[in-house]
Design a protein around this ligand. Structure first.
Ligand SMILES: *Cc1c(COP(=O)(O)O)cnc(C)c1O
Length: 424
């Protein structure tokens, strides 16, 4: 597969953009080689600058539940463009999007729109601290909540990929306001509350982890987080930036039947444009300015293009509930291509093939994966036109645009790889 133009673009990019990319994982550091520079997407396919075609299982890291350029979203964007690109003033469409979100997530009685998942989690934490008048936040190792200063402690995603224990530029004073516990450990959470329960403002978690690769919650874990936060007067924040509208229309909170106090959303709710949201109990959300003292603002928040794309996406999802059945079936068929030496974790259309036979329920176990084997697998698939996330510690996604033929071809390629590599 020829990647000459991507290589030329990468050397130009390296001179003007750190690492040549605008978000670290895109640089392929974990797998080596040149990332394809993309020029177009259509349905389940992406195309690079050299004219190569790939079946895309990254889906822009989650937002593209309906695949690339779904007609419903493109049409909504066309209409929105006719009205204007930004107003910085309230619009009816923002109200509709907030209502659409609340309809899917009844726990989000009130909603504030922002521009990214990072902004959503950052704002939700400020609100939780303002509401409880406490400082400490509990997070879980391997969970990623955006590049919020105090949350870049034992974070997953790009931080895990680069093997950074933490990040430069975050003062210890910020990091020390966060406690990081092992994911899925009810005991660790009980101990943390027993030791510092009256200082804990909130517990934030990915109800299905996606940023250390896909790791589902163990039975009872989310229930324990709910019960302990209630008992100690802390807030429970579900970071559903990835899982919202992905694992079910109402996210992981619908799937597992847990009602958090606050929820953060992003990715799918922007329909492929930049958008995020946080929301929850009305008494808590009423603390947000201008109705309350917790300040949070945004020049482009509720941007009409992002709102139009998001609204088209969420309405389509509401009108096509059967799409989750299709996603489940296709994803299950895809993940059937496995091998003795690997662990496949999947919840709905989120999945990861971990190169370890030992099962993965937390970050320590994810880190035991054979990343060299993953690298080989990744390039084997890429060279055959199949684009998986370029890191062992990222989830892949199936969209409604993935056809049975796409899935079959992908599963066959994976099976061929596993057969050749007798050591797996
Ligand atoms: C992607 C992600 C974020 C960050 O969202 P951005 O839009 O990249 O800032 C936060 N939390 C989770 C769970 C995510 O998957």
């Amino acid at each position: 597969m020829n990647r000459n133009r991507s290589e030329a673009l990468l050397s130009r990019a390296l001179k003007v953009i750190p690492g040549g990319v605008n978000s670290p994982v895109r640089a392929f550091r974990a797998v080596g080689g040149t990332p394809p520079f993309l020029v177009r997407g259509e349905g389940s396919r992406i195309y690079d600058a050299d004219g190569n075609e790939y079946i895309d299982y990254v889906c822009s890291w989650g937002p593209l539940l309906l695949g690339h350029r779904h007609p419903v979203i493109i049409e909504a964007l066309r209409e929105a463009l006719e009205r204007g690109t930004s107003f910085g003033a309230p619009t009816e469409w923002e109200v509709e999007l907030a209502e659409e979100i609340r309809d899917a997530f009844p726990s989000m009685e009130m909603v504030r729109l922002v521009n990214s998942g990072t902004e959503a989690t950052m704002s939700a934490l400020r609100l939780a601290r303002g509401y409880t008048r406490r400082t400490l936040v509990v997070k879980f190792e391997g969970c990623y909540h955006g590049h919020v200063d105090s949350l870049l402690v034992k974070a997953g995603s790009g931080v895990a990929t680069l093997g950074l224990p933490d990040t430069a530029g975050v003062p210890e004073e910020f990091a020390s306001t966060t406690m990081a516990l092992p994911y899925n450990s009810i005991e660790a959470l009980e101990q943390a509350f027993a030791a510092r329960g009256n200082q804990i403002a909130a517990v934030i978690l990915e109800p299905v982890a996606g940023n250390m690769g896909c790791v589902p919650p163990r039975a009872g874990f989310l229930e324990a987080a709910r019960a302990l936060t209630v008992k100690y007067g802390a807030l429970l924040i579900f970071d559903e930036v990835m899982t919202g509208f992905r694992v079910a229309r109402g996210g992981a909170q619908q799937l597992y039947g847990i009602r958090p106090d606050l929820t953060t959303l992003g990715k799918i709710i922007g329909g492929g444009l930049p958008a995020g949201a946080y929301g929850g109990r009305a008494d808590i959300m009423s603390m947000v300015a201008p109705s309350g003292p917790v300040y949070q603002a945004g020049t482009l928040s509720g941007n009409p293009l992002a709102v139009a794309a998001g609204l088209a996406m969420l309405r389509y999802i509401r009108n096509h509930p059967e799409l989750y059945t299709q996603l489940e079936q296709r994803s299950a068929a895809l993940c059937a291509a496995t091998s003795q030496g690997v662990t496949v974790n999947r919840v709905g259309s989120m999945f990861t093939v971990f190169f370890t036979p030992h099962g993965v329920t937390d970050y320590e176990m994810a880190k035991r994966s054979d990343t060299a084997a993953f690298r080989e697998f990744f390039h084997w698939m890429l060279d055959r036109g199949i684009y998986f996330p370029p890191s062992q510690f990222e989830a892949g996604f199936v969209s409604t645009a993935h056809t049975e033929a796409d899935i079959k071809r992908t599963a066959e390629m994976a099976a061929e790889f596993f057969e050749q590599k007798t050591r797996f």
